[in-house]
Write a protein that binds this ligand. Structure first.
Ligand SMILES: Nc1ncnc2c1ncn2[C@@H]1O[C@H](COP(=O)(O)OP(=O)(O)OP(=O)(O)O)[C@@H](O)[C@H]1O
Length: 548
């Protein structure tokens, strides 16, 4: 019986180990093979190349991180090397009681602080105090330990405990501080303390804190203060660096847009033409004692071409053009927006004659005192000051655009600032025709451009320049989707329909989408084939199978 159970056991163990081996071969082997393959593919040279390119791209960050790590490393080393066993901190009354009992041997009064260090005669220290002190006061018990060791040695009852005690003793001696106790001095008690020490014949002296120790405590204070401040500093740094980044620094742009590119806003064009002529010096306004208009405010609904007009002014005048959106001045930190306005105007003054264009002026030019946003008010004040600060001969014109002139602070619109307001309204039919002609310039049409312009202009009342530009673009895209060489009338009609009513249901039908996708990606038979076959309830949410 026993033999058979033993056999079964060995068979069972064998079976288990073979199972394990199977599992190993099934799970681990392929993985190991894959890992080996991957490791083979990684060449050391490419790895070093990657590291080099990473370092080249992030040299500043790497240098900064290394510097911080080295500094922290040094701090750690310094703290570690200068670490001394600290004395036990006790209440002031303990010092007085010890002095009275005559157990104090030596006292040091630290200069420049209220700290007092003292030592006691260890023979008079009670057992209860030793246990109380814990790890810090192991040194207090050194002599007692010696006595204990001797006793234990004599009796030779337990050699291992003897060894343990010896080890403990050596560790204790290594951590013996110069001063056993430390306390804080009480105000107006020096006289009593001194008289008590004299009376008991205690050795006392005073000394300044050692340089290393004062450095150590300063370092600890700095580190403990800075660590919680780091996230805040990081936030501040990011804000400031974002504000001062080269991308944000205003560079003048040379414009390639001219008045020929802006149509349907003839009255506004005429007004601005005068400024162009003044900047070019074609009109001698100074001879008659006139001043160059400081600011021009373009007012009108969105998409009517205000930005385009401002660009055209710069393009026609051939002067540097500084363009900003007023929302760029809205900063988190008080004073940053104002500083950026100052920078912008300084840069424009340096490259005068020049044009500054501020888009969406209402973002900073809203009435002051309406909100608690002090930062915005400061930015606006700075803008007002800068516009006042132009000398009469400085040829810098500020053009601003807004859709909400009623929201602007009245101080912005007074003469000398944005005194000239130019309305850029919705174009009439003739205007729309001209705008379409501008945008159809580079588009190959099946029919005559004039006919298309007339047709589209008549079908799009209340459309602005941006809408018309969008219609032309959509039509071209639809034609490209068809694979056509030219834009047909149908494409334009569909683009108008889309602009007016959005993309309709008919176009969104699954079959339509699959057909369109099939046309766009004819090399994907899976897409075309499956979609043609599967127009039933098994289709995906978009009416076609997934590409995978
Ligand atoms: N009068 C126009 N002539 C030609 N193109 C125009 C005209 N108006 C608008 N566009 C087209 O619309 C686009 C957007 O126009 P733009 O940015 O100048 O409008 P905006 O009035 O400044 O709008 P917003 O008030 O929203 O900033 C232009 O890039 C241009 O293609």
């Amino acid at each position: 019986m026993n033999g058979s159970t033993g056999e079964r056991k060995t068979r069972f163990v064998k079976g288990e180990s073979s199972n394990l081996r199977k599992r190993f071969s099934l799970r681990l082997r392929p993985r190991l093979r894959l890992l080996a393959l991957r490791l083979k593919r990684i060449s050391i040279r490419s790895f070093f190349n990657d590291v080099r390119t990473f370092l080249q791209n992030n040299i500043r960050r790497v240098a900064f991180t290394t510097f911080i790590s080295v500094v922290l490393g040094f701090c750690y080393l310094f703290l570690k090397l200068t670490a001394l066993p600290s004395p036990r901190i006790v209440p002031y009354s303990d010092l007085v009681v010890s002095l009275q009992s005559g157990s104090v041997t030596k006292v040091l009064l630290e200069e420049g602080s209220r700290r007092i260090y003292y030592n006691r005669d260890s023979n008079t220290v009670g057992d209860n105090q030793i246990s109380e002190t814990g790890s810090r006061a192991v040194y207090v018990s050194t002599e007692k330990d010696v006595a204990k060791v001797e006793n234990v040695d004599n009796s030779r009852t337990d050699q291992s405990s003897n060894l343990n005690l010896l080890r403990k003793l050596s560790r204790a001696q290594a951590s013996v501080p110069e001063w056993q106790y430390s306390t804080r001095k009480l105000d107006r008690d020096e006289k009593y303390l001194l008289s008590l020490m004299r009376e008991k014949g205690v050795t006392y002296s005073s000394a300044p804190q050692s340089v290393i120790m004062s450095m150590r405590s300063t370092l600890i204070t700095i580190i403990s203060l800075w660590i919680p401040l780091i996230p805040l500093m990081w936030l501040l740094y990011r804000q400031l660096s974002a504000a001062n980044s080269p991308a944000r620094k205003k560079q003048p742009q040379s414009q390639t847009v001219g008045f020929d590119d802006v149509e349907g806003v003839d009255a506004a064009k005429l007004e601005l033409m005068e400024i162009v002529l003044c900047l070019q010096g074609a009109i001698n306004y100074q001879k008659l004692g006139a001043k160059l208009p400081r600011g021009v405010l373009l007012v009108g609904p969105p998409g009517t071409g205000k930005t385009l007009l401002a660009r055209a002014v710069a393009g026609e005048a051939g002067v540097p053009f500084f363009t900003v959106s007023a929302s760029e001045f809205v900063e988190m930190f008080v004073g940053r927006g104002a500083a950026r306005i100052r920078d912008l105007f300084n840069a424009a003054r340096k490259s005068a004659p020049s044009i500054i264009f501020i888009d969406e002026l209402d973002a900073v030019g809203g009435r002051r005192g309406r909100s608690f946003n002090d930062e915005r008010d400061q930015t606006l004040n700075q803008l007002l000051t800068e516009m006042d600060g132009f000398e009469s001969e400085t040829k810098v014109v500020v053009i601003a655009a807004t859709n909400r002139p009623e929201a602007l602070d009245p101080a912005l619109c007074r003469p000398g600032r944005f005194s000239r307001k130019v309305l850029v309204g919705e174009p009439d039919e003739g205007g729309r025709r001209k705008i379409l002609a501008v945008h159809l310039r580079g588009v190959p049409l099946e029919e005559d451009t004039n006919i298309i312009c007339h047709l589209v202009a008549s079908l799009t009342p209340s459309f602005v320049g941006a809408d018309l530009a969008n219609i032309v673009n959509e039509a071209a895209l639809l034609a490209a989707r068809r694979g056509a060489e030219t834009v047909a009338r149908e494409d334009i009609m569909e683009a108008i329909e889309r602009a007016k009513f959005g993309i309709n249901d008919k176009q969104l039908r699954p079959s339509t989408i699959s057909k369109e996708l099939g046309k766009l990606f004819p090399w994907m038979p899976s897409l075309v084939g499956k979609n043609d076959r599967r127009q039933d309830d098994l289709q995906g949410p978009l009416g076609y199978q997934t590409l995978s």
